[in-house]
Design a protein around this ligand. Structure first.
Ligand SMILES: C[S@@+](CC[C@H](N)C(=O)[O-])C[C@H]1O[C@@H](n2cnc3c(N)ncnc32)[C@H](O)[C@@H]1O
Length: 237
């Protein structure tokens, strides 16, 4: 997903049910984890985008040593503008896969990032790099668009997501996310297209296999709003 302007923050809560709670929940979960609960813990926000999780982490845990990582210079700039106090955060432009951080983080968050990587080795490389970056026992909060595996509900979930988007002001919600024709006075076609195309959601059994291969234990479900799901993963010792 490539979306690199201020419209991201206006559009994403209207597209993704529960988005406005994700950063707060994710940070609260990590703050209660065995390693990152310690004062001064080192925490990675992978795919920090425009800075929602960083902002929340600064509010809940001003003692954390935060790293904000994103390959997009434009997104990093948005985050830096939003955070203001940029000196307190280590900013890194690049991908998780390119991060050379051997077990240096006590915790990490990756919210709506894995979904944009194809399942051709790219998802595994991303998860493996996150596991490698964490200390043994360190936890990752992973939130992603999932492929529902309960087939009788699949159609209903999709309809409900489109209904949510329509009710949130994306009036021309079509039958598939990729067909979404945005509406709006304030929202550009480009913005919604960037947020709804090029996504590769996977089911829970595939995610469990990938995280095991990457070096994590079983994913513990911690959040679900329709087909957006959150998991807590712990790096194996
Ligand atoms: C949908 S945005 C989510 C941003 C933020 N986490 C949020 O919840 O609003 C996904 C972000 O992941 C970044 N990204 C994509 N591939 C990445 C990778 N391999 N490693 C780190 N970040 C990546 C993108 O540049 C983008 O800013």
């Amino acid at each position: 997903m490539a979306l690199e302007d201020e419209s991201y923050d206006r559009v994403v809560p209207r597209l993704i049910p529960g988005y406005s709670s994700l950063a707060r929940l994710g940070v609260a979960l990590l703050a209660a984890s065995p390693l990152a609960s310690a004062p001064g813990s080192s925490v990675l926000v992978a795919g920090c985008g425009s800075g929602a999780e960083l902002l929340e982490a600064r509010a809940q845990r001003p003692d954390w040593c935060l790293t904000g990582l994103d390959p997009s210079a434009a997104m990093l700039q948005l985050a830096q503008r939003r955070l203001g106090d940029t000196a307190a955060i280590q900013w890194r432009q690049g991908t998780v896969e390119g991060l050379d951080a051997n077990g240096s983080f006590d915790g990490a968050l990756a919210v709506l990032v894995l979904q944009a990587l194809p399942d051709d080795g790219s998802k595994l490389a991303f998860l493996s790099a996150l596991a490698k970056g964490l200390r043994p026992g360190g936890q990752l909060v992973l939130v992603d668009l999932m492929q529902p595996e309960r087939s009788p509900l699949q159609q209903q979930l999709r309809q409900a997501r489109l209904g949510f988007q329509r009710a949130s002001g994306l009036a021309a919600a079509a039958t598939t996310a990729a067909e979404l024709t945005p509406v709006p006075q304030t929202v550009t076609d480009q913005t919604v297209t960037a947020l709804t195309t090029g996504l590769y959601p996977i089911g829970l059994s595939r995610l469990a296999a990938l995280v095991a291969a990457a070096g994590f234990g079983d994913p513990a479900p911690v959040f679900q709003a329709l087909d957006v799901e959150g998991f807590l993963l712990q790096r194996r010792a």
